[in-house]
Design a protein around this ligand. Structure first.
Ligand code: 3PG
Length: 302
């Protein structure tokens, strides 16, 4: 089968070599990385039986131009970049590789927290994570790891996830709260960890943001779309909250007016570690090899 590793943001050379090695016994692998235009991706997939992508946009146009495509694997967690409907209509299997890059994202989230409590490392008096109340908004793989790291820093950790019951939080040493509103009003730092889905897009809006304490810190390593940017700008004007993110907002320029109260990484880099690259890339190629060999669809999302 012809497999294309198509990623605008290349994996580390070692991770890419491992993918080639695993594929080569039974398949032909092409590495297509660092492309600049979406039209290049559309062209690159024309003879692909399988593709591995990261945040690359697998649109209906990409799918339509890949008549042989049977499986698309998102080497990562969020698959909002893939047109699931277009894939399903063609009976193309879509998978993700859940958990493989979570630790890298969780560490980055805590790094952003430290950066914010230390006033972006500008000279002067900052504060510590210890004894602060940390709110985990959505308790998936990343949320769980951030909670563990937060406890390691001596934080009091609270959790809210509409799909997770209080026993699970209690078992993991978190205090469950009854609503997102309660989480936002109680905590000094809130970490957003949910995927971008129709139900979550713009769900972090006025109703939650206005609950935040005056000097609370909001950390978003999830998706740009889950926060209502207009409401965020409003609350930034009306209070002293800080916003740190790994998913650059569309209103980035306006937010830079808030100085040290706002920080965005230059490019999404939560999963940009050697370890996460290796884990996610190897999981993706193994899932494809296994799918062609045995039909295993364990991580199918459509
Ligand atoms: C994910 O959904 O796995 C993360 O957002 C990482 O995305 P990336 O592979 O584009 O860095």
């Amino acid at each position: 089968m012809k497999i294309i590793l198509a990623t605008q943001k290349p994996f580390s050379p070692y991770a890419t070599d491992r993918v080639k090695e695993i594929a080569k016994a039974e398949h032909e692998l092409t590495v297509f990385e660092n492309y600049k235009e979406q039209s290049e991706l559309v062209q690159a997939v024309h003879d692909a039986d399988a593709i591995i992508v990261r945040s690359d946009l697998v649109t209906a146009e990409v799918i339509n131009n890949a008549p042989k495509l049977k499986i698309a694997v998102r080497a990562g967690a969020g698959y909002d970049n893939i047109d699931l409907e277009a894939c399903t209509a063609r009976n193309i299997v879509v998978m993700n590789t859940p958990g493989q890059n979570s630790n890298a994202v969780a560490e980055l989230a805590v790094g952003l927290m430290i950066y914010m409590v230390r006033n972006s490392f500008t000279p002067g008096v900052g504060s510590e994570l210890k004894n602060k109340k940390l709110g985990i908004h959505a308790y998936g793989n990343v949320g769980k790891l951030i909670a563990t790291l937060g406890k390691g820093f001596g934080m009091e950790v609270y959790g809210f996830d509409p799909f997770v019951n209080s026993e699970v939080f209690a078992r993991d040493g978190l205090t469950a709260v009854k609503s997102a509103q309660e989480l936002y009003s109680l905590c000094d730092i809130v970490s957003i960890n949910m995927p971008a889905l129709p139900a979550t897009v713009k769900s972090v809006n006025k109703s939650l943001l206005e609950q935040l304490k005056n000097n609370a810190i909001l950390v978003n390593t999830a998706r740009r779309e889950v926060i209502d940017e207009e409401d965020l700008l409003n609350i930034m004007q009306r209070s002293r909250i800080k916003y740190a993110t790994d998913v650059k907002p569309l209103c980035h320029e306006k937010l830079t007016d808030f100085g040290n109260r706002y920080f965005s990484t230059p490019k999404k880099m939560g999963a940009e570690t050697e370890e996460a690259n290796i884990n996610a890339a190897i999981a993706a190629i193994n899932q494809i090899v296994d799918y062609f060999k045995t039909g295993n669809q364990t991580y199918r999302v459509n």
